[in-house]
Design a protein around this ligand. Structure first.
Ligand code: GLN
Length: 450
């Protein structure tokens, strides 16, 4: 099986989904696991081939979050999530290309070139975990890990026709994930079914003394089989969005009808903060990023400019040479919103709006089992289409950032394909820390909406 995937990776190398492929290690591990299988001592994921995003650490392997600032930097330790998969005998086949430092919605921001969508190579696969999504889409591994700060697992899953799941904040340890915005970042799987997503997440979840924000709970994510009827909400403002693509809208409405026909209740509710989610997300995440990324200074590790002469020029030149445009833009924006003159007007306001969104969301789940929406307002867009317009790119996150602002779990499942053959996803957002219920709903809806 490993050999088959390695061959597929070679055949599809033009998709640019991988940064590194660990061929030798994967084959060696496969032989060891074959012995374990023969002995009957193999783990739950024996022989499952998994790709990780290039912002996750695996000891002795290059980790660079698709950025030149780290380029050939080798991990000194292994991320908890990755270690837990390996402890169950998963085989990690390589690291996937993504937007630099997980900042983007198209996987075009990578220092290693854009990732192409296997459904149509003129189109982006979404981002930032675009390489992970394409690795699964094009049959180069069983499943892949992504990270989701504002939609980076769900939106590429939607654009490639895969399942992408962002667990509740705190389900999976962030130890060994290169930080973008720590109060938003979550690791999660990109798979072909919610069943696989549940299995991988349960294995990766649980307490970890190396991450103070991870929940102490032991998670049981076994999919429930109960066919009970559910009460769903859809957000009125999302359905009235000017930028909502007609094909996406029609496909979503059809699925809602099927869900109703199966005896579930669906009601439209008003979410008065929809206009504010993207600005709030970009104020808070850039603030956190400006702090997190200050560690890449050219002093301790990563790229150091050859032209540096003193402390100041080491900082300035190393960061200017090492970071791409989008990352620089966000560091500057984040530094601005945290500066003493603007802190109250932007950062503090952003925190207050985040609290309002959290309160609204908590309240909504007193009446509803889940909130349904398209994962993205449009199907995949063309490579280069939004690259020169950051605001248009930021709006691609409109329907996904809500779950990260509130911390709630959310999953994208495949809905259908557009006339051009581009996949679209349906997003299900669940109640905070009720991931098992969300996954069971996803499993049920997967069967209903195909
Ligand atoms: N597209 C969003 C951004 O650019 C989400 C990124 C993410 O979830 N890592 O920030």
């Amino acid at each position: 099986m490993v050999q088959g995937y390695l061959d597929a990776i070679k055949i599809h190398s033009n998709l640019n989904a991988f940064i590194d492929v660990w061929e030798k290690d994967a084959i060696e591990r496969a032989s060891l696991i074959d012995i374990k299988i023969a002995k009957g001592s193999a783990g739950k994921l024996a022989g499952v081939v998994i790709a990780i995003k290039s912002n996750m650490c695996l000891e002795g392997k290059r980790v660079n979050a698709s950025s030149k600032i780290l380029d050939d930097f080798e991990s000194l330790y292994t991320a908890t999530a990755v270690q837990r998969l390996m402890d169950e005998d998963a085989i990690i086949i390589g690291s996937c290309n993504c937007d630099e430092m997980a900042m983007g919605a198209s996987s075009e921001n990578s220092a290693y070139g854009p990732v192409l969508n296997a459904a149509n190579k003129d189109y982006v696969p979404g981002g930032s975990s675009g390489g992970s999504a394409v690795a699964v889409q094009a049959g180069m591994c069983h499943a892949a890990l992504g990270s989701d700060t504002g939609g980076s697992i769900r939106q590429p899953a939607a654009f490639t026709g895969m399942v992408g799941y962002k667990p509740s904040y705190g389900v999976i340890s962030r130890w060994g994930l290169l930080a973008y915005a720590s109060s938003f970042d979550q690791i999660g799987p990109i798979t072909r079914s919610s069943e696989d997503a549940a299995l991988l997440t349960e294995i990766m979840s649980g307490p970890d003394e190396k991450d103070a924000t991870v929940s102490n709970k032991q998670w049981n994510l076994n999919l429930g089989t109960s066919p009970s009827k559910k009460k769903y909400a859809i957000i009125k403002e999302a359905m009235e969005l000017e930028g909502l693509d007609a094909e996406v809208k029609e496909a979503f409405e059809k699925r809602i009808q099927a869900i109703k026909d199966a005896g579930n209740e669906v009601e439209e509710i008003s979410f008065p903060y929809l206009d504010y989610v993207v600005p709030t997300y970009y104020i808070l995440t850039t603030a956190e990023a400006s702090s997190n990324l200050s560690r890449y200074s050219g002093l301790t590790y990563g790229h150091r400019s050859e032209k540096s002469e003193d402390l100041e020029s080491t900082f300035t030149l190393s960061r200017s040479e090492g970071f791409g445009k989008e990352v620089q833009r966000r560091i500057i924006l984040g530094t601005f919103v945290l500066s003493s003159d603007y802190y109250d007007a932007y950062y503090k306001k952003g925190l207050q709006v985040r609290q309002l969104i959290r309160n609204w969301t908590k309240n909504a789940f007193e009446s509803y089992d889940a909130i349904l929406s398209p994962t993205s307002a449009t199907p995949a867009f063309k490579i280069g289409e939004k690259a020169a317009n950051p605001i248009a790119m930021y709006l691609a996150d409109l329907l996904t950032v809500h779950a990260n602002l509130a911390g709630n779990p959310a999953i994208s499942i495949p809905m259908t394909k557009s006339e051009k053959g581009l996949p679209m996803g349906l997003q299900i957002m669940g109640e905070m820390n009720k991931d098992q219920i969300l996954l069971s709903i996803a499993h049920q809806l997967e069967g209903l909406i195909k």
